[in-house]
Design a protein around this ligand. Sequence first.
Ligand SMILES: Nc1ncnc2c1ncn2[C@@H]1O[C@H](COP(=O)(O)OP(=O)(O)OP(=O)(O)O)[C@@H](O)[C@H]1O
Ligand SMILES: [Mg+2]
Length: 252
Amino acid sequence: MTRVISILSGKGGVGKTFVTANLGILLADLGKDITIIDGNLTTPNLGLHLGIPLFPKTLHDVLKNKAKISDALYEHESGLKIIPAGISLNDLRGIDARDLPSALLGLLGNTGLVIIDSAAGLGREALAAIESSNEAIIVTNPDLPAVLDAMKATKLSEKIGTKVLGLVVNRISNKRHELSEREITELTEIPILAKIPEDRSVSKSIAMKTPITKYKPNSKVSIELKKLASALIGRRIEYSVPWYRRVFSIFR
Ligand SMILES: Nc1ncnc2c1ncn2[C@@H]1O[C@H](COP(=O)(O)OP(=O)(O)OP(=O)(O)O)[C@@H](O)[C@H]1O
Ligand SMILES: [Mg+2]
């Protein structure tokens, strides 16, 4: 059975697309046959994170029965495959997110691993992503509104029968008002898979249309994402800590 993992959150803007794009690039680097899908049908931007804003055929054309899923499958220079969504307002006319699980059927069996970047909220679009997946990763920020939505996303996934692998806590800046790791685990009752710090390089990398794991591969953000990618496929992480970080750690 093809592994299909949806990236969910509940709350918007917590970093789902950033996590999806980088996991895709890293898993392709690890030699995986990986396809990422823009499941954010109303406000898609996965292509932008990879520097490809426009595609001739998209998931919207597939949902309108105007294209086969293979027509909307593109290969990034990294070897990563992507199924983008259409970015124009017209693309939204005549589509129903509930058709997503059946639209993806043609893909299953032809790829090793699928990751779906879901929309915010827990409406039709997110529901369609959950129903299309057998596993889910929930992205959150270390604040109460995001964590409460993460709890809802977890419960909904479990109810549907999609296995929740755990949480990615993103944008940690270790401020006193932030929820601690313990508080987050106590509330959500699911394991934390990765702890990603707040880093201005993330928005810079998006502006540069280069995922941060390529733009700043030795940053803490990239190393956490590499650990997550390796853990997902049960591989031991192999990366070298840059010399300057080793020197600083002696003084800590
Ligand atoms: N670790 C981080 N450090 C700093 N900025 C970050 C970090 N992660 C994400 N961001 C910023 O947060 C913004 C939102 O990220 P992203 O688009 O991935 O969120 P999202 O959950 O996909 O949003 P939506 O719910 O709208 O789809 C981006 O502009 C990105 O620059
Ligand atoms: Mg997004």
